[in-house]
Design a protein around this ligand. Sequence first.
Ligand SMILES: Nc1ncnc2c1ncn2[C@@H]1O[C@H](COP(=O)(O)OP(=O)(O)OP(=O)(O)O)[C@@H](O)[C@H]1O
Ligand SMILES: [Mg+2]
Length: 318
Amino acid sequence: MLIICPHCKKQHNIDEKRIPPNVKMARCQGCNQQFPLEFPRPAPAPPPPAAPTPAPAAPKVAKTNDNVRRIGVSLSKGGVGKTTTSVNLAAGLAMAGFRVLLVDTDTQGQSAFMLGMKPKAGLTELVAEELTPAEAVIQARKNLWLLAGGKGLAGLKRIIDRKDFGGEQTLADALTPLEADYDYVVVDTSPGWDPLTVNVLFYVNELLVPVSLEIMSLQGFGEFLKSIAAIQKYRKGLALKYILPTLRDSRVKQGDDFLEQLKKLYGAAVCEPIRYNVRLSEAPAYGQTIYEFAPGSNGAQDYRELIRKITGNQNLFT
Ligand SMILES: Nc1ncnc2c1ncn2[C@@H]1O[C@H](COP(=O)(O)OP(=O)(O)OP(=O)(O)O)[C@@H](O)[C@H]1O
Ligand SMILES: [Mg+2]
């Protein structure tokens, strides 16, 4: 290539390939003056194609399920039919084709017993992250899964107690990531009032309160409502949706009076009562739901009616 010095016009024959790319000036060997090197330089070789960078890992955000219905079955008074209702509600919904997770938050662990199961682990191990959801949740029936309670829940209560803040969200944090798999989450609670009960009330949206139609249960119901109102100040999403009269004995006149009072006070939230039915108390001994043990019994009919009300589908089971 021929380059002419702009000062003395001397011609230089040079091999441009030997000029490093960063050299911008040349010195004329004739007049010893510098001048800019202007000639078309070969375009720098394109950088070698970068190794494909892996797509960034999707953030570990649990799939949320806005359609899941979370129903807590709760009343601080003991022996009013909470577990009988939770199990037969969950099993009936599963029979109707919904995918249901039954969560037992009672140290008595009776939900598993009623379903004839002896799980080795459950809710505590899930919250403590000792087991994955796939290990902690066990299938109890077609469409019905169980997160078992039992004595181990004492450990869960300790986990909640140890938290400096946010302890009331512990259950919600553990269950929300599982919800994508279910249409309903039904939570059975223990009698009394403890940090785990509060956790349930910070998780569920709908509260189903079984009330046996006798004075002590109704008195307990009044007290329970005060506690619920206190929680609702912080948990706007919690609604007292269903009041379920249980253990109804039509021979007891006082029970009818109580039922009328409940209907006057709570209107449509009051469900058709579950009648006293000895089959309901016998079924757990066989590890069977009422639909399996005595499908034609009053108990089975009453729980089917409850499921029709909750689903809003009057044609179910017809
Ligand atoms: N409608 C009913 N008719 C007859 N027996 C019933 C009925 N409902 C529940 N029972 C029986 O009453 C007892 C208490 O019921 P259940 O265990 O469901 O109550 P609970 O509220 O869960 O009790 P706890 O507060 O101790 O957890 C059980 O023996 C159960 O089989
Ligand atoms: Mg119970």
